[in-house]
Design a protein around this ligand. Sequence first.
Ligand code: KG4
Ligand code: ZN
Length: 339
Amino acid sequence: MKDIFILGIETSCDETSASVVKNGRQVLSNVISSQISLHQKYGGVVPEIASRKHVELIMPVIHQSLEEAGIKMEQLDAIGVTYGPGLVGALLVGLSAAKALAFALGKPLIGVHHIEGHIAANYIEHSMLEPPFVCLVASGGHSHIVYVEDYDSFEIMGKTRDDAAGEAFDKVSRAVGLGYPGGPIIDKTAKLGNSKAIEFPRVHFGGDSLDFSFSGLKTSVLNYLNTMEQKGEKYSVEDVCASFQAAVVDVLTDNLVSAAKIKGVGKVALAGGVAANSLLRSELMEKSKRSGLEVFYPKPILCTDNAAMIACAAYYEFLKGHTSDVYLNAVPGLKLGER
Ligand code: KG4
Ligand code: ZN
């Protein structure tokens, strides 16, 4: 069978990334240019700055990805690109580049849902993994429990009713003065603290609901900090981080294991930036062992935004014959499973 080479492009937030993937799961290159340092002084991503930086970086990043892969543009079989959800200006940069390339080369264009990409990162890491399984997609913008019935068939079983898990990490980090992005810093700081020091709330909606809520937890952390400051008492940043992280991870893992039981599947996976969290991984391993579930997660570089995951998802859409035309537009609020 002929090898299939797909160029993936990802610009939905603050990473400009391009990657060449062979036959869906073999990453030949995965160039990621992060803008984190540019946005750090603002405490979060500034959409206008992100778009402008993507414009500067997109072509050099694409060229570098082809060069590192040792692939000429003419050898590509298709171009996969994130077209939503994300920041509209940022998405448009990657999408315009992908459309121009696909049109000029006469190759198929494949619009990819960003979350579908995050889920696909697991296929790259685990060559034998196949649907069905349940996957927790937790990032700065999403906290979804997804039943992955097939490569192109998804059911959202639960989602956040307010803040995303990554957003909660970022907000709490800012509140304790640890900066942006909060996830990796809290993960590291929490290792030095006591997770039982402060009892922060865990929201379970009850009944059949697998939804999440993190805004009450965030408020509870802020209240704790304010109360301590008003009383003139010192608090331990390490204990706050450890106790907050434990509260988030408890709920994420409980709901994911419940989702696997509801669907009767034996595999659970993690995806998205928050999937890089060390406590999330270890606690899920522990709870899954008790329930006889197999656990999958990608290496950290494939958890956060990257184009290899987009190329992988595009490959499976390509096999199903799902291509897009040159009128494909950026859809900032794109729902999973919509086309
Ligand atoms: O998937 P991603 O790169 O971008 C979005 O699509 O949002 O995720 C970024 C999010 C940020 O909120 C960041 O704080 C969080 O993932 N994150 C983590 C960790 N690494 C990144 N959260 C918890 N623990 C980590 N180790
Ligand atoms: Zn993402």
